[in-house]
Write a new protein. Sequence first.
Length: 411
Amino acid sequence: MRVVLGVSGGIAAYKACSLLRLLTEAGHEVTVVPTRAALEFVGAPTWAALSGRPVAAGVWDRVHEVPHVRLGQQADLVVVAPATADLLARAAHGLADDLLTSTLLTARCPVLVAPAMHTEMWTHPATAANVGLLRSRGVHVLEPASGRLTGADTGPGRLPDPEEIFSAAMALVDGRPGTPQQDLAGLQVVVTAGGTREPLDPVRYLGNRSSGKQGYALADVAAARGAVVHLVSAPTELPVPHGVEVERVESALEMQEAVWRAAAGADVVVMAAAVADFRPARYTETKIKKRHGPGDEEASPTVPLVRNPDILAGLVQERGAAPRPVVVGFAAETGDADGDLIHHARAKLARKGCDLLVANEVGPGVTFGQDESTVHLLRPGTDEPRRVGPADKRVTATAVWDAVLEVLQAR
Ligand code: C5P
């Protein structure tokens, strides 16, 4: 197999020597394409000796062979390790200002990218957006490992072990599991997450216990499977998943505006957020104070509430008979004297008119704030709900996206 090993300019470039060894020992013909910065870390003689081939470093070398298109055209696999933040940015935006980025533009084979950089660079929204763009085009971007970085600091950003990159690369070519399938590539999805805060005065709000973990897992899994993800997030402390564009909101009304805007042109809207059903009827511009006059010790204010709009039901109504967006609702349910969880979930599915309802089993210490959940997936017109879990919220997220794909395929 003809492999192009792209190396960009980070300290982890030395680890690419081991990866190169693994590739050549497996019998592959590897051409190393280091960027100029990579050559500051590991010199051309090392690459040439280890690969047994000349190093392809510049677009101006051996011009008669037209290397800037030939290498990419002839490759069966391109692996970039390490990929710096700069390389990801150039690749995401289609720049072709050196041999490696030109090769990435001309390659039509599987492309695997293994980023390595400092945590701040990896978690910067610019890098996250670039990773999202690359994934949406079918490039397989590995998650960096966590641990000791170049200096004394630690965090996500380490290049995964060469063995791990090697097996991900081989899995990619064979179509074996190991890297997520890009079966959501080309889809624009909107995910809501977290619990809304309904402001009462400048210091107080009405809130709920939603952690946002399920919504963030949904966004993360969708991005890893190639979707372009717009996450509308009520306040949480969770890190933004890679490749996901996040829009932060607080109240139900703000969430409604953001969702309506993002839903135009979206293929799927997943409403995992816990949206408050009520908000204080009036926002008080100044802090509501305790009074200290005679008789005031007993007095306490009454806070009238008004209903919030149902964002989900509004979306379904607005969509009418149009096939898109597919709308997915969530329901946190318990059984009671009127019926079991499934009975209540079916009623909600009918009331909301959505295409898929994810019913969560809730109870003391169950689901809210936890890493695991048990869900039942219900679709209109199908008899048996599908039960998933108890399982990590990423696993339930995967099952939800599988079900969404089925809905899309049935249209
Ligand atoms: O009616 P209930 O709040 O149980 O419905 C939950 C589902 O409806 C969730 O998907 C939630 O995001 C959505 N919802 C909404 N707008 C509201 C209340 C809930 O979109 N005001």
